[in-house]
Design a protein around this ligand. Structure first.
Ligand code: PMP
Length: 365
């Protein structure tokens, strides 16, 4: 149907309708060429323009300094976990990891294949808080310090950039890239899968400080070698051309809608609205995450009390679907409900969810 779904999925996730319409309009004949962009060489002038524009837009939107390379790889976030270790871990053989949830835990596990991983604080049984920084055991000889800026499954987002006393910081921003401003110069490397805030699945954006390039392990696959990929301007081999083409349009859409500042104020407004609804429900809805590190983007909550009532939660999801609200089921490891509020999700969409929550509570409390 042409009715646009209220898509609260964690990823792949909602894309701006405008972008999808534009893609549709040029799907079979890109710029009157008589062929789709999908059917064109990654070395064509058409794709070269897209590749350049996408990188330029990322540089502009995130204010990326000139001593940082911007590139695209494949292999998803999971591939990037390995790529990070393969590119940087060889320096001292050891790296520091802050494990605050599912994805940083997976990243640490991946890195263990290639060297020593030091967890800067013990892994919690249940994610939901970030231990105070002055309790962390940082290794001054770490090749890098790694963390996940926003834990998509658990709903934990860092409220600050960690202080590592000169050790390069590597951050997974898969689920919150382009949702708030941050100082790129504080990082050694940032990466993010496209499939949440900036495009379809298939491409990963990597931003790396130049002086960290050139130290990859011998066993590092060429497609993951940041130095090689950036030297070849992200056409070392065939990239995910269609994903990057759509991504470029999403980046333009972000630019048109106030840039990252615009996305940030929308994110604040959307998440504040949803958290307020949870808070004002008198524990009918509850979020298990400590307030200082609650994600603005992925918001897990339980229905029917802090432990959750699975029957009510199933009913809630049913009621949501009747109202065209989809993909609200919590991750299988966490349960409950999870609302993901990526850039393409509007404040109005979130208010419809809040409306459902209020009505559902009146009916089922
Ligand atoms: N990091 C984060 C923060 C994620 O949310 C995800 C996917 N949900 C990944 C990494 C893994 O991405 P992929 O599925 O593309 O490997």
């Amino acid at each position: 149907s042409s009715q646009s779904a209220l898509n609260f999925g964690a990823g792949p996730a909602k894309l701006p309708r405008e972008v999808l319409n534009e893609v549709q309009s040029e799907l079979v004949s890109y710029q009157n060429s008589g062929m789709s962009l999908m059917e064109m060489s990654h070395r064509s002038k058409e794709y070269a323009a897209i590749n350049k524009s996408a990188q330029d837009l990322i540089r502009e939107l995130l204010n990326v300094p000139i001593n940082y390379k911007i590139m695209f790889i494949q292999g998803g976030g999971l591939g990037a976990f390995a790529a990070v270790a393969l590119n940087f871990l060889g320096k001292t053989g050891s790296a520091d990891y802050a494990v605050t949830g599912t994805w940083s835990a997976k990243a640490a596990k991946e890195a263990e294949k290639y060297g020593t991983v030091n967890l800067v604080f013990p892994k919690a049984d249940k994610p939901g808080k970030i231990p105070d920084q002055n309790t962390w055991t940082l290794n001054p000889d770490a090749s890098y310090f790694y963390y996940c800026d926003n834990e998509t499954v658990d709903g934990v987002e860092f409220p600050y950039i960690p202080e590592t006393h000169g050790v390069p910081i590597v951050a997974d921003m898969s689920s919150n890239i382009m949702t708030r401003k941050f100082d790129v110069s504080k990082f050694g490397c940032i990466f993010g899968g496209a499939q949440k805030n900036i495009g379809p699945a298939g491409a990963v954006v990597v931003i790396v400080r130049e002086d960290l390039l050139g130290n990859a392990m011998k066993i590092c696959p060429s497609v993951f070698n940041f130095s090689q990929v950036s030297k070849e301007n992200s056409v070392l081999n065939t990239p995910a051309t269609f994903s990057i083409y759509v991504m470029e349009k999403v980046l333009k859409w972000i630019q048109k809608n106030g840039g990252v500042d615009g996305m940030e104020s929308q994110s604040d407004k959307k998440s504040n609205g949803l958290y307020a609804a949870i808070k004002n429900s008198g524990d009918f809805y509850s979020c298990p995450i400590e307030e200082n590190c609650r994600s603005r983007i992925n918001i897990p909550f339980r229905v029917g009390g802090p432990q959750g009532n699975e029957e009510l939660e199933a009913k809630f999801l049913e009621e949501a679907e009747k109202r065209y609200m989809y993909q609200l089921k919590g991750h299988r490891s966490v349960g409950g409900i999870r609302a993901s509020l990526y850039n393409a999700t509007s404040y109005e969409d979130v208010m419809l969810l809040v409306q459902l929550m209020k009505e559902f509570q009146i009916q089922h409390q």
